[in-house]
Design a protein around this ligand. Structure first.
Ligand code: ADE
Length: 230
């Protein structure tokens, strides 16, 4: 899996790949990443990438030329690109999208800044638009990272056995059951006694029940979808 990031601030993204699971995935070449800075593709001598809004009003917009040229270069270098724009108006990004996109070979994330990206760029190049929630961030870098992280975990080999995907929150619509470690009693709080008895069928059934209860309590919206399916 390859991720390209079109961003004015590549350092915001690259630092996230310097530790932990995503670093290991890069080291093992399960993931590769690169960066394209639209400022390097400007046709004006001041390397300007933003301009005032045609409609008037506050805020600067990333104008088309640098982004068109950047994306044309990427498309020429890589025939299988799938181009994603993180924008507040996009459809909500979900686990099911993370799984689906993990099957692609080459994803490009185009990170907006300031008031946004000239709509003509989006119309011309977007394969999909995603939002990561109903709030507005200062740019597309964090949403791109959030999506890249969720997608990477679904790429074969990225997670070790101990970090497996099965029984995970959202895999089966419901939230994952609470997890516990050692010791069995800590500061007077004990873990469910069933967990210590070693009967795996009973443990699984208890976990499923806890998982449903947790979903009903914290995410009634998900619980209704789960109930409609089961
Ligand atoms: N860009 C700014 N805010 C965003 C959001 N909530 N989701 C995706 N992209 C964004």
């Amino acid at each position: 899996m390859h991720f390209s990031y079109v961003t004015l601030f590549p350092n915001l993204i690259s630092s996230y790949f310097e530790d932990s699971i995503l670093k290991r995935a890069l080291d093992k070449k399960l993931l590769t990443i690169d960066f394209y800075n639209p400022r390097d593709f400007t046709a004006n001598k001041h390397h300007k990438v933003d301009d005032t809004q045609a409609s008037g009003g506050a805020g600067m917009v990333l104008f088309p030329q640098p982004l068109y040229d950047t994306l044309e270069v990427i498309k020429k270098e890589h025939p299988n690109t799938y181009i994603i724009f993180p924008v507040p108006a996009g459809k909500p990004f979900r686990q099911i999208d993370a799984k689906r996109l993990a099957q692609k070979e080459y994803l490009v994330f185009v990170c907006g800044r300031y008031e946004g990206i000239d709509e003509r760029v989006i119309e011309t190049y977007a394969d999909e638009l995603f939002s990561i929630g109903d709030y507005v961030l200062t740019g597309g870098e964090l949403p791109s990272l959030v999506m890249s992280d969720a997608i990477s975990r679904n790429v074969d080999g990225v997670l070790g056995n101990s970090e497996s995907l099965s029984m995970e929150s959202f895999e089966n619509i419901v939230l994952e059951a609470p997890c516990f470690s050692k010791p069995p009693i800590y500061e007077n709080k004990s873990i469910p006694s069933e967990f210590l008895k070693g009967n795996h069928a009973k443990i699984t059934s208890l976990k499923n029940k806890m998982s449903e209860m947790k979903t009903q309590y914290f995410r009634p919206d998900l619980f209704s979808r789960f109930k409609a399916k089961h």
